[in-house]
Design a protein around this ligand. Structure first.
Ligand SMILES: [Zn+2]
Length: 96
């Protein structure tokens, strides 16, 4: 069993087109310093552990726990509450 993974702050990226999912953007990966994107299906509050999408993988790479940046969380939740849009990804949704 590896050590507990580090945390990584994320922002929520809204879908650019119909039928796409919300995504989490890691602002600065604890392993490579890059930004990584992760799909945000299901409950937005349920972030959890992700495998780091680093170009260079190392044995020390244990993934990370996503943490929603406080200011972005407040802003996005207010936006989502103000729309009829379903914030979660609907697998059955058809893209026109
Ligand atoms: Zn990385």
């Amino acid at each position: 069993m590896k050590d507990n993974p580090p945390t990584a702050e994320v922002k929520l990226i809204p879908p650019r087109r119909r039928g796409e999912c919300y995504q989490w953007q890691v602002l600065s990966c604890p392993y490579c310093g890059c930004k990584h994107l992760h799909g945000a299906g299901g409950e937005l509050e349920d972030l959890g552990h992700r495998v780091a999408h680093c170009l260079k993988q190392s044995p020390d790479n244990n993934g990370y726990m996503l943490v929603w940046e406080a200011a972005d969380r407040k802003k996005r939740l207010a936006e989502i509450a103000g729309t009829e849009a379903d914030a979660t990804c609907d697998e059955a949704a058809s893209v026109p």
